[in-house]
Design a protein around this ligand. Structure first.
Ligand code: IPE
Ligand code: IPE
Ligand code: MG
Length: 265
């Protein structure tokens, strides 16, 4: 609370932030941007609870963060953004919270689809979508249809998504190919598995961001994150804005990715 009050009375807070954003924009090497960014949008509940508000307020506030991040990704011409919105384990939460999340998804898609299309965003939901409630499925199908011809940012919306479930689904499909004689077991390699994941045809994430101070994957993109660079922050998702993503990108560009090999001389 005290931080929030300070934020309001600090006279040049917004220009400071604006200046840092501008500086970071200049610092970033536009030729070496991550092609694929993945984000675990976590910390909504804690954000609300910190202010004595019900968790639902945190989920609603988190939508603002997503909006800002998508906009920046479009401005920088990032190819793919994958956001973790609802996991296969999130069904363990109270029914009311699940309803809030599903309602918010429908509201978001209906309200934002025009703006998303204007920015060239293509909506690509990933997960066991058939298990989502009917209204969510309908809103998703409509958004996918409306945005299918766009050729800007691909927005992978991970919904009822689990990394293990994704791998199980891939194994089942591959096993069927083997059973029906289309494939020999000995031919299965990295490419075979990747081609049967929900992200088939997409490059693996270069950068994974997890806000809110937890240091775990929580069943996200287990296969795809093999050589992804992680960027963790204690900032809660509803407070996460483009400035944080820019900081993450600058940090990403300073890293040396070796993929198990040796440093380039
Ligand atoms: C992320 O925020 C949103 C979803 C998991 C759907 P949380 O609801 O997990 O917020 P915290 O982690 O409890 O703060
Ligand atoms: C991961 O966050 C899932 C989403 C952000 C959608 P969780 O809050 O569900 O993960 P845990 O329970 O802290 O590991
Ligand atoms: Mg959480």
């Amino acid at each position: 609370m005290i931080n929030r009050i300070l934020d309001f009375i600090r006279p040049n807070k917004f220009s400071d932030t604006g200046q840092e954003v501008q500086e970071l924009m200049k610092t970033i090497d536009k030729q070496r941007l991550p092609r694929h960014i993945a984000i675990i949008m976590d910390g909504n509940g804690r954000w609300a609870q910190k202010q004595g508000l019900p968790r639902a307020f945190g989920h609603r506030a988190g939508v603002e963060s997503l909006r800002d991040i998508i906009k920046l990704c479009c401005e920088l011409k990032i190819q793919i953004l994958t956001v973790y919105a609802f996991s296969t384990e999130n069904w363990k939460r109270p029914r009311e919270e699940i309803n809030v999340l599903m309602d918010l998804l429908v509201e978001y898609l209906k309200k934002e689809i025009q703006e998303l299309c204007k920015n060239g965003v293509r909506i690509n939901p990933i997960g066991r979508l058939g298990e989502l409630p009917r209204p969510a499925l309908d809103a998703l199908s409509a958004a996918v249809k409306l945005s299918s011809d766009n050729n800007g940012l691909i927005l992978n919306l991970a919904l009822n998504y689990g990394g293990r479930t994704e791998i199980i689904d891939a194994i089942r499909a591959i096993a069927t190919d083997v059973e029906t004689g289309r494939l020999k077991a000995g031919q299965i390699n990295n490419d075979t598995v990747a081609a049967h994941l929900y992200t088939a045809g997409q490059p693996d994430p270069d950068l994974l961001i997890r806000p809110s101070g937890d240091f775990r994957i929580s069943n996200f993109l287990l296969w795809q994150l093999a050589y992804t660079e992680f960027w963790l922050t204690s900032t809660l998702w509803p407070d996460f804005r483009r400035i944080h993503l820019l900081r993450a990108m600058v940090d990403f560009q300073r890293r040396e990715r070796r993929f198990g090999g040796l440093k380039d001389e």
